[in-house]
Design a binder for this molecule. Sequence first.
Ligand code: AMP
Length: 204
Amino acid sequence: MGPPGSGKGTQSGFIAAQAGVESISSGDLFRDNLSRHTDLGITARSYMEKGEYVPDDVTINMIMDWISKPENSKGFVLDGFPRTLKQAEALEGFIGLLDLALYFNVTNENLLQRLTGRLLCKKCQASFHKTFYPSKNPGKCDFCNGDLYQREDDKAEVVYKRLDVYERETKPVVDFYNNQGKLVQIDGAKSIKEIEIFLSEVLK
Ligand code: AMP
Protein backbone atom coordinates (compact mmCIF):
# COMPACT_ATOMS: atom_id res chain seq x y z
CA MET A 1 0.00 0.00 0.00
CA GLY A 2 0.96 3.59 -0.42
CA PRO A 3 -0.33 6.73 -2.10
CA PRO A 4 -0.04 7.02 -5.88
CA GLY A 5 3.61 7.64 -6.78
CA SER A 6 5.00 6.25 -3.53
CA GLY A 7 7.09 3.61 -5.32
CA LYS A 8 5.02 0.52 -4.64
CA GLY A 9 4.87 -0.40 -8.34
CA THR A 10 8.64 -0.03 -8.69
CA GLN A 11 9.28 -2.36 -5.75
CA SER A 12 6.58 -4.97 -6.30
CA GLY A 13 8.55 -6.75 -9.04
CA PHE A 14 11.61 -6.85 -6.80
CA ILE A 15 9.60 -8.23 -3.86
CA ALA A 16 7.97 -10.89 -6.05
CA ALA A 17 11.35 -11.99 -7.43
CA GLN A 18 12.74 -12.26 -3.86
CA ALA A 19 9.79 -14.36 -2.78
CA GLY A 20 9.71 -16.45 -5.97
CA VAL A 21 6.09 -15.57 -6.79
CA GLU A 22 4.15 -13.38 -9.24
CA SER A 23 3.04 -9.83 -8.53
CA ILE A 24 -0.05 -8.11 -9.86
CA SER A 25 -1.07 -4.48 -9.96
CA SER A 26 -4.81 -3.82 -9.96
CA GLY A 27 -4.10 -0.59 -11.89
CA ASP A 28 -2.20 -2.54 -14.59
CA LEU A 29 -5.04 -5.06 -14.84
CA PHE A 30 -7.50 -2.20 -15.40
CA ARG A 31 -5.19 -0.54 -17.97
CA ASP A 32 -4.77 -3.86 -19.78
CA ASN A 33 -8.58 -4.25 -19.98
CA LEU A 34 -8.86 -0.65 -21.11
CA SER A 35 -6.43 -1.16 -23.99
CA ARG A 36 -8.34 -4.31 -25.06
CA HIS A 37 -11.70 -2.46 -24.80
CA THR A 38 -13.24 -5.18 -22.62
CA ASP A 39 -16.47 -4.48 -20.68
CA LEU A 40 -14.38 -4.30 -17.51
CA GLY A 41 -12.05 -1.77 -19.14
CA ILE A 42 -14.97 0.39 -20.31
CA THR A 43 -16.48 0.36 -16.80
CA ALA A 44 -13.13 1.19 -15.17
CA ARG A 45 -12.25 3.99 -17.57
CA SER A 46 -14.74 6.59 -16.35
CA TYR A 47 -13.53 6.22 -12.75
CA MET A 48 -9.82 6.11 -13.57
CA GLU A 49 -9.96 9.24 -15.71
CA LYS A 50 -11.43 11.19 -12.81
CA GLY A 51 -8.95 9.79 -10.29
CA GLU A 52 -11.70 7.90 -8.44
CA TYR A 53 -11.64 4.29 -7.31
CA VAL A 54 -13.33 1.67 -9.46
CA PRO A 55 -16.29 0.20 -7.48
CA ASP A 56 -15.35 -2.48 -4.95
CA ASP A 57 -17.40 -5.35 -6.41
CA VAL A 58 -15.79 -4.97 -9.86
CA THR A 59 -12.26 -4.67 -8.40
CA ILE A 60 -12.68 -7.53 -5.92
CA ASN A 61 -13.96 -9.92 -8.63
CA MET A 62 -11.07 -9.04 -10.93
CA ILE A 63 -8.42 -9.69 -8.26
CA MET A 64 -10.07 -12.88 -6.95
CA ASP A 65 -10.05 -14.26 -10.50
CA TRP A 66 -6.33 -13.57 -10.73
CA ILE A 67 -5.59 -15.05 -7.28
CA SER A 68 -7.54 -18.20 -8.20
CA LYS A 69 -5.22 -19.06 -11.07
CA PRO A 70 -3.35 -22.33 -10.34
CA GLU A 71 0.05 -20.66 -10.87
CA ASN A 72 -0.68 -18.29 -7.97
CA SER A 73 -1.50 -21.01 -5.44
CA LYS A 74 1.96 -20.77 -3.80
CA GLY A 75 1.55 -17.08 -2.99
CA PHE A 76 1.69 -13.65 -4.64
CA VAL A 77 2.38 -9.95 -4.22
CA LEU A 78 -0.55 -7.54 -4.58
CA ASP A 79 0.26 -4.01 -5.72
CA GLY A 80 -2.48 -1.42 -5.23
CA PHE A 81 -5.00 -3.87 -3.76
CA PRO A 82 -6.69 -3.73 -1.27
CA ARG A 83 -7.38 0.01 -1.24
CA THR A 84 -10.62 0.10 0.74
CA LEU A 85 -11.70 -1.61 3.94
CA LYS A 86 -14.29 -3.59 1.96
CA GLN A 87 -11.54 -4.92 -0.33
CA ALA A 88 -9.31 -5.80 2.65
CA GLU A 89 -12.15 -7.69 4.32
CA ALA A 90 -13.04 -9.52 1.09
CA LEU A 91 -9.40 -10.52 0.63
CA GLU A 92 -9.18 -11.82 4.19
CA GLY A 93 -12.41 -13.80 3.69
CA PHE A 94 -10.94 -15.35 0.54
CA ILE A 95 -7.37 -16.22 1.58
CA GLY A 96 -7.15 -15.59 5.36
CA LEU A 97 -4.56 -13.31 6.97
CA LEU A 98 -1.78 -11.81 4.85
CA ASP A 99 1.86 -12.55 5.66
CA LEU A 100 2.82 -8.88 5.44
CA ALA A 101 1.37 -5.52 4.45
CA LEU A 102 3.99 -3.05 3.22
CA TYR A 103 3.18 0.63 3.49
CA PHE A 104 5.15 3.19 1.44
CA ASN A 105 5.04 6.54 3.22
CA VAL A 106 5.82 9.74 1.22
CA THR A 107 4.82 13.42 1.63
CA ASN A 108 2.21 14.89 -0.75
CA GLU A 109 4.67 17.47 -2.10
CA ASN A 110 7.12 14.75 -3.08
CA LEU A 111 4.31 12.67 -4.65
CA LEU A 112 3.11 15.52 -6.82
CA GLN A 113 6.62 16.01 -8.25
CA ARG A 114 7.04 12.30 -8.86
CA LEU A 115 3.69 11.71 -10.52
CA THR A 116 3.51 14.73 -12.79
CA GLY A 117 7.01 13.93 -14.15
CA ARG A 118 6.45 10.19 -14.55
CA LEU A 119 6.73 8.61 -17.99
CA LEU A 120 5.84 5.00 -18.75
CA CYS A 121 6.76 2.64 -21.56
CA LYS A 122 3.78 1.64 -23.71
CA LYS A 123 5.30 -1.76 -24.37
CA CYS A 124 6.93 -3.02 -21.15
CA GLN A 125 5.45 -0.57 -18.55
CA ALA A 126 8.95 0.44 -17.31
CA SER A 127 8.81 3.71 -15.41
CA PHE A 128 10.99 6.82 -15.96
CA HIS A 129 10.93 10.42 -14.72
CA LYS A 130 11.40 13.58 -16.78
CA THR A 131 13.86 15.02 -14.21
CA PHE A 132 14.84 12.37 -11.65
CA TYR A 133 15.24 9.36 -13.95
CA PRO A 134 15.19 10.35 -17.62
CA SER A 135 15.56 7.69 -20.31
CA LYS A 136 18.81 7.81 -22.29
CA ASN A 137 16.96 8.46 -25.53
CA PRO A 138 14.18 11.05 -24.95
CA GLY A 139 10.71 9.57 -25.44
CA LYS A 140 12.06 6.00 -25.79
CA CYS A 141 12.34 3.17 -23.26
CA ASP A 142 15.88 2.15 -22.19
CA PHE A 143 14.88 -1.51 -22.01
CA CYS A 144 12.77 -2.21 -25.11
CA ASN A 145 12.88 1.06 -27.11
CA GLY A 146 9.08 1.35 -26.78
CA ASP A 147 7.42 4.80 -26.81
CA LEU A 148 7.09 6.62 -23.47
CA TYR A 149 3.83 8.32 -22.48
CA GLN A 150 2.30 10.20 -19.56
CA ARG A 151 -0.69 8.54 -17.90
CA GLU A 152 -3.86 10.65 -18.20
CA ASP A 153 -4.31 10.37 -14.45
CA ASP A 154 -0.77 11.65 -13.77
CA LYS A 155 -1.82 15.16 -14.85
CA ALA A 156 -1.76 17.57 -11.89
CA GLU A 157 -5.53 18.13 -11.49
CA VAL A 158 -6.22 14.37 -11.43
CA VAL A 159 -3.26 13.72 -9.10
CA TYR A 160 -4.80 16.05 -6.46
CA LYS A 161 -8.03 14.09 -6.66
CA ARG A 162 -6.21 10.73 -6.38
CA LEU A 163 -4.32 11.89 -3.27
CA ASP A 164 -7.60 13.01 -1.75
CA VAL A 165 -9.34 9.71 -2.45
CA TYR A 166 -6.30 7.85 -1.09
CA GLU A 167 -6.43 9.77 2.19
CA ARG A 168 -10.13 9.05 2.66
CA GLU A 169 -10.36 5.43 1.46
CA THR A 170 -6.96 3.81 1.94
CA LYS A 171 -5.63 5.28 5.20
CA PRO A 172 -8.18 3.12 7.11
CA VAL A 173 -6.71 0.03 5.40
CA VAL A 174 -3.27 0.99 6.75
CA ASP A 175 -4.79 1.04 10.27
CA PHE A 176 -6.53 -2.29 9.58
CA TYR A 177 -3.20 -4.07 8.95
CA ASN A 178 -1.42 -2.13 11.69
CA ASN A 179 -3.99 -3.44 14.19
CA GLN A 180 -3.29 -6.99 12.97
CA GLY A 181 0.46 -6.48 13.55
CA LYS A 182 1.14 -7.11 9.85
CA LEU A 183 2.22 -3.61 8.83
CA VAL A 184 5.78 -2.75 7.82
CA GLN A 185 6.38 0.95 7.12
CA ILE A 186 8.80 2.01 4.40
CA ASP A 187 10.25 5.49 4.08
CA GLY A 188 9.29 6.06 0.44
CA ALA A 189 11.52 9.17 0.25
CA LYS A 190 14.59 6.89 0.26
CA SER A 191 16.25 5.83 -3.01
CA ILE A 192 15.09 2.76 -4.93
CA LYS A 193 18.28 0.91 -3.98
CA GLU A 194 18.00 1.79 -0.27
CA ILE A 195 14.41 0.53 -0.22
CA GLU A 196 15.43 -2.69 -1.98
CA ILE A 197 18.07 -3.34 0.69
CA PHE A 198 15.55 -2.65 3.46
CA LEU A 199 13.00 -4.95 1.83
CA SER A 200 15.42 -7.82 1.37
CA GLU A 201 16.00 -7.71 5.16
CA VAL A 202 12.27 -7.60 5.89
CA LEU A 203 11.58 -10.53 3.55
CA LYS A 204 14.32 -12.81 4.96
P1 AMP B 1 -2.63 2.70 -10.03
O1 AMP B 1 -2.00 2.24 -11.30
O2 AMP B 1 -2.43 1.71 -8.91
O3 AMP B 1 -2.28 4.09 -9.63
O4 AMP B 1 -4.23 2.70 -10.32
C1 AMP B 1 -4.80 3.54 -11.31
C2 AMP B 1 -6.28 3.67 -11.10
O5 AMP B 1 -6.91 2.38 -11.20
C3 AMP B 1 -6.71 4.19 -9.72
O6 AMP B 1 -6.65 5.61 -9.65
C4 AMP B 1 -8.14 3.66 -9.65
O7 AMP B 1 -9.02 4.42 -10.48
C5 AMP B 1 -7.99 2.28 -10.28
N1 AMP B 1 -7.64 1.26 -9.26
C6 AMP B 1 -6.49 0.55 -9.16
N2 AMP B 1 -6.52 -0.29 -8.10
C7 AMP B 1 -7.73 -0.10 -7.51
C8 AMP B 1 -8.35 -0.66 -6.36
N3 AMP B 1 -7.74 -1.58 -5.60
N4 AMP B 1 -9.62 -0.24 -6.05
C9 AMP B 1 -10.25 0.67 -6.82
N5 AMP B 1 -9.72 1.27 -7.90
C10 AMP B 1 -8.46 0.87 -8.26
